[in-house]
Design a protein. Structure first.
Length: 299
């Protein structure tokens, strides 16, 4: 597969209120966001020209900035509109959308009170993160890094710095032949994969870890609502590694991953089954609905 560098593509990127040619959307090397990870971002998917749960993503972006101590200098309405504009400007209907807000170049030190806050939004074609045949299941190796305690990092924010340990973990398990990493939290409990929440089926009920040190994902909440519509029991609780061998099905849920079956975690093997298939199909049907239909179903 030929990789196309992200700095050498056709198209435009929305940057602080202007459409900028893709190749001209460049930062100075002394940007605070690069040196100190003072940046927050979102991952969104558009289906048929509609960005799924756009306002929820925008609200989380704004809240993530506030957790990091800054205000994104655009309203939620302006950000929503900008996301739609950049999708249309790039002539895309099914795409991945990436807003990112960061501290600029006015100061370069731990204290950065005078930095200007910037916002950029890009979009590109990006098929399902784990491939089209997601019912086969992916293989997760055990991550060498753990999710930090919420009093040691801003774990409720979708902050760029929190993804460093995800990259390190994924690289480590990829070197061993796994698809992704299964991450524990600082207590040794099951947390998530490097970029998606995880669900286990125990005795016909859906179990998922309490998101007290990682993101309560928008796709996670969506899947839980879909499961409840199917009259499935949904249990949020602490899940220990020694329990997961008893699960009958396992799957991931995230904007990039969508709903993806898991066939193995370390020494444990699973057969993707009916609950995974049903929720995958329900999710695929939901994201193809209009925003108005999605809102009505959520009411």
């Amino acid at each position: 597969m030929t990789l196309i560098p992200f700095d050498d593509r056709d198209g435009v990127i929305w940057w602080d209120g202007q459409m900028v040619p893709w190749r001209d959307a460049r930062l100075h090397v002394l940007t605070h966001g690069l040196h100190y990870a003072s940046a927050v971002f979102e991952g969104e998917r558009a289906y048929g020209g509609n960005i799924f749960k756009l306002r929820e993503h925008t609200d989380r972006l704004i809240n993530s900035g506030r957790i990091l101590g800054f205000e994104v200098p655009f309203s939620a309405e302006q950000i929503d509109d900008a996301c739609r504009q950049v999708l249309a400007a790039n002539n895309l209907t099914d795409a991945y959308v990436r807003p990112i807000a960061w501290r600029g170049t006015e100061m370069l030190a731990v204290s950065a009170q005078a930095t200007k806050i910037h916002l950029a939004i890009a979009c590109w074609e990006w098929p399902s993160y784990f491939g089209a045949d997601r019912m086969k299941g992916i293989r997760l190796g055990w991550a060498p890094w753990k999710r930090p305690a919420p009093d040691t990092a801003p774990t409720a924010a979708k902050a760029s710095g929190l993804y460093m340990i995800g990259t390190l973990s994924k690289h480590a398990v990829e070197a061993e032949g796994w698809t992704d990493a299964m991450m524990l939290d600082w207590r040794g409990r099951i947390a998530e994969s490097t970029g998606a929440n995880i669900f286990f089926v125990f005795d016909g009920a859906l179990h998922t870890p309490v998101p007290d040190c990682f993101l309560d994902g928008i796709t996670r909440r969506t899947v839980m609502a879909l499961a409840r519509r199917r009259k499935l029991s949904v249990v949020e609780r602490a899940i220990m590694p020694e329990e997961i061998g008893a699960a009958s099905e396992v799957f991931l849920a995230g904007t990039a991953a969508e709903v993806t079956a898991v066939s193995q975690i370390g020494e444990h093997h699973y057969t993707p089954g009916q609950i995974t298939a049903t929720l995958m199909a329900d999710y695929e049907a939901l994201v193809q609905m209009s925003p108005e239909e999605v809102a009505r179903r959520a009411a």
